[in-house]
Design a binder for this molecule. Structure first.
Ligand code: NAP
Length: 295
């Protein structure tokens, strides 16, 4: 079957161009420059890369950005203090605390300390609750990006069976909620699978839309996928590679070469969901700057 590649890089650049044009308009109208801040704790290689891409993307669309670095052994108290400072800084429209955090810090406490109005990652319980209730909110960036991709490629979701593998708070769970919503971009019948799911293949083989977010490289093989399915690969695992300068390669959760020929649409890794996550974060920051979600 001839499959169509879902080009997340291209759609992400388009979205960033739209955001950049809107930033120009805001500035021309005398409004302040949207400002995203990021707190990075420690020196984890993956987190460093993600934050650097977010900062670079901010510059590209004309946002102001601030990176606050804290040492690996920072206390929870000091991190909370930094969060409060950003909450109260009128120049900062939105901010993120890059996850994961070191062991001495209670992640939930930090997420709950971020003002919902500035929680552009959409992780705060208020934003999650508002998403469930269909109220204005910041939707977390990765699920938001995936919905945007489905929309851009005119992929019908209504009445379809969507299977999500993975139930994390940042990807799988919100994704399953968005796909089941009574909205034009939802209306799917959703099955949410996880590590305790029995007969996983039986579920995945009946999926019209299969969203893979488990973090296990090349886990999803051709025999797990229905002919003509739409496959969204969220997984990004660093695996050692002698072929790259960095010494690693990003691998998705899907065995692309054998799965793609069975699909109608599929996202690659890299270049699929990843770039959309950053564009969605910028979009949330723009909404924050315009006070659209919380007027
Ligand atoms: P996570 O918190 O580790 O959650 C993984 C989920 O997958 C869990 O719900 C787990 O089940 C389930 N799972 C693990 N092994 C399974 C198996 N063999 N069969 C069925 N389910 C299984 O991961 P995450 O934060 O959601 O991230 C998932 C992947 O997406 C990672 O590779 C991550 O790097 C990537 N990611 C990419 C982006 C992006 O922008 N592209 C953004 C975020 C995450 P249990 O709940 O039962 O443990």
């Amino acid at each position: 079957m001839a499959f169509q590649l879902i080009d997340g890089k291209k759609i992400s650049l388009e979205l960033q161009d739209e955001i950049a044009a809107e930033v120009q308009k805001l500035k021309a109208a005398g409004m302040k420059t949207p400002h995203l801040a990021a707190i990075l704790v420690g020196n984890d290689g993956g987190s460093e890369t993600y934050v650097a891409s977010k900062i670079k993307a901010c510059e590209k669309v004309g946002f102001k950005s601030t990176l606050i670095r804290l040492p690996e052994y920072v206390t929870e108290e000091k991190l909370l203090q930094t969060v409060h400072e950003l909450n109260n800084d009128p120049d900062v429209d939105g901010f993120i605390v890059q996850l994961p955090l070191p062991r001495q810090i209670n992640e939930h406490k930090i997420i709950e300390a971020v003002k919902p109005e500035k929680d552009v990652d959409g992780f705060h319980p208020i934003n999650v609750g508002r998403m469930v209730l269909n109220l204005p909110c910041y939707v977390s960036a990765t699920p938001y990006g995936i919905v945007h991709l489905l929309h851009k490629y005119n992929i019908e979701t209504s009445g379809k069976h969507c299977v999500v593998i993975g139930r994390s708070h940042i990807v799988g769970s919100p994704m399953s909620i968005l796909m089941a919503k009574n909205t034009s971009l939802g209306n799917s019948t959703v099955t949410l699978c996880h590590s305790k799911t029995e007969n996983l293949k039986t579920h995945t083989r009946s999926a019209d839309i299969l969203i893979c977010a488990l973090g296990s490289p090349e886990f999803v093989t051709a025999d797990m996928v229905k002919e003509g399915a739409v496959v969204i690969d969220v997984g990004t695992t660093r695996v050692a590679s002698a072929e790259t300068k960095s010494g690693f390669k990003l691998k998705g959760d899907v065995k692309f070469d054998e799965v793609a020929p069975k699909c109608s649409y599929i996202t690659p890794v890299p270049g699929g969901v990843g770039p959309m996550t950053i564009a969605s974060l910028l979009k949330n920051t723009l909404l924050a700057a315009k006070r659209e979600v919380y007027p």
